[in-house]
Design a protein around this ligand. Sequence first.
Ligand code: PMP
Ligand code: GLN
Length: 388
Amino acid sequence: MREPALVPRLRPFTSTVFAEMTALAVRHDAVNLGQGFPDTDGPAGMLETAKNSLFGGDNQYPPGPGRPELRAAISRHRQRYGASYDPDTEILVTAGATEAIAASLIALTEAGDEVLVVEPYYDSYAAAVAMAGAQRRVIGLVETENGQLELDLDALRDAITPKTRAMLLNSPHNPTGTVFSRAQLEEVARLCVEHDLIAVTDEVYEHLVFDGAEHLPLASFPGMRERTVAISSAGKTFNCTGWKIGWICSTPELVAAVKAAKQFITFVSGGPLQPAVAYALDNELEWVENLRASLQEKRDRLSAGLADAGFAVRPSAGTYFVTADVRPLGFADAAELAWTLPERAGVAAVPVKVFTDHPDEWKHLLRFAFCKRNEVIDEAVERLRKLV
Ligand code: PMP
Ligand code: GLN
């Protein structure tokens, strides 16, 4: 066999930091604040609905675009942003947001195209752009005077070339917890329209915004509805990250394009879970509001604990995550610390630099997940206090 077997464009992507860090956490019996997954279950009514589907004979292939009741529920849910999507032609159910992102890029971009990606970026973005055969162009986040991060709009303008085909935008943003402002999104939208770009928006944390902030879908800005593939997923909204039920909302043309790729990646998935997600979207948003409020408290709890342990904690306005600067503790490189932290301190976290093309600029930050029970957060903080 030819060696190495893996094609060059996928060679940088042989492992994921989440799988590696979780394995390390298990090996050292560490508190896992690395991989972002909750340690409590979603709403009981949703689980009950799934059980009924599983035992009610609902175990064969769902329709290619997704179960009609789920597409209808997604359409109703999206109306919270004042947007109307036809469940039959403008919504596609996917195997999580991950497949939605990959299928969108594979369907809409190819060799010779450039895709704008905001750095630090969720790990699957670079791999998905590579699978599509396109090139990523990264635009960094910059720090404002009050310590918040925002898009470098000048860099964004400079990065756009005649080859630019699409922009991938994630707000609320993993790993930093940034929620982009209306003014910034307005300018992003204006640039997408001016340069005829497709926007692929990753909105998996749409409900997890804090301190009274509001999730603003890029598709709701002028000229964007017809050029945006809006992606979300049930995992983060209903504490069911293992279900991998995601979706896209877009125009009939863009949905048909993404479906062309999606149907030969998985065709369909999660059939018996789809009615449960439909139920949850229609009936459990109050549960989600409580989740949001509890996550805001957990953010505060973990941020205070990390500050107490000596980290310089950065603001987080949404998601599951808070980032912290390790330099005040005497460490220069958060990645070196992260790979030894499970053994040294019994805690796992993820270095932010693995999500970037410019590791030096981001090497001081660790990402901690706070989507955990309070006693788990407290135990992690207790352990980290003894780090130095
Ligand atoms: N995008 C972001 C920003 C994420 O944090 C995650 C991880 N949950 C995903 C996409 C993947 O979502 P899913 O599990 O629905 O594939
Ligand atoms: N989205 C989760 C995180 O950012 C992990 C997902 C995964 O393990 N692929 O931590």
